[in-house]
Design a protein around this ligand. Sequence first.
Ligand SMILES: CC(C)C(=O)/C=C/C(C(=O)O)=C(/O)C(=O)O
Ligand SMILES: [Fe+2]
Length: 304
Amino acid sequence: MIRYKKLGYVELNVSNLDRSRRFYEDVVGLEFVGERSDGAVLFRCDDEDPRSVVLHQQQPAGFKSVGWQLEDEAQFELLHRRLRDARVPYEELGSAQCELRQAIRVTRTTEPHSHAALEFFTADGPRPDKPFAVTHTKIQRLGHVVWSVPHEVESIAFFREVLNFRESDSIGEIMTFMRPFPSPFHHGIGVGKGPKRVIHHLNFMVSEIDDIGKAQNRMRKHDVPIVFGPGRHPASTSVFFYFLEPDGMTLEYSFGMEEFTEVDPRKPRTLPMAAESIDEWGSVRDPRMGQTGDIEEARIGAPA
Ligand SMILES: CC(C)C(=O)/C=C/C(C(=O)O)=C(/O)C(=O)O
Ligand SMILES: [Fe+2]
């Protein structure tokens, strides 16, 4: 059984890197780390990881890749065996690509139904020498990424059966939340049903309810579209707040989240497809939520 440490990074394509750099730093509250030799811009949002978000100047804007940190080196053998058995191609990245990702070892594959790039890595180096520089928002960590895809049933099965992600809950047939085993957090990924392949949202978990309240006023001040919330998700129990970044992709702050035990966790539930299953507080979703941000079509063997 493949064992994961956590969600490590998400890479996004943006149409105007300077504009997005300012937004993710000043409005979202990520810490700018630097620019990579390939021009990508790195941000961090916790004390442990050297980078959690990587932005690339590339059109169309959207999702580029996600990196899952494996528990240790031994997990690569299990991962490769599972991918081979499922006849899913993968590649091990060379040292230059590992270095760009500040990783020791990286295996890259694509989710066969959405063609989204998935990376699996180990990074046993020292923690950054300085704690994450909090500005206005006490971000705890990169929380989860959610996609909408046409073949969601097959994607969910791939995460479950090949990658050893565990289902936490579903909402009707429109959304399933999964955690990379044995990560305790309710979900590290959400896979939703949709007509096109888009990133539905990217989540940052925050430390205080005040971070949510302050965000509402900050977004209004900066004319940032608020697309849902504040509210409370009954599935994970988190208090949420969704807004749009400059290319129209949806970002979420959330406070609090159910945690699962590794041994004998509660069973996954299916909540009815109803407004009350999405928000206990009754806020209304803006139709722009989760609509923008193509999933880049990744190919194994092409430049990563
Ligand atoms: C907006 C979707 C359909 C929803 O219900 C979200 C629930 C949760 C949660 O329970 O925490 C999310 O965070 C999520 O979808 O990402
Ligand atoms: Fe979310």
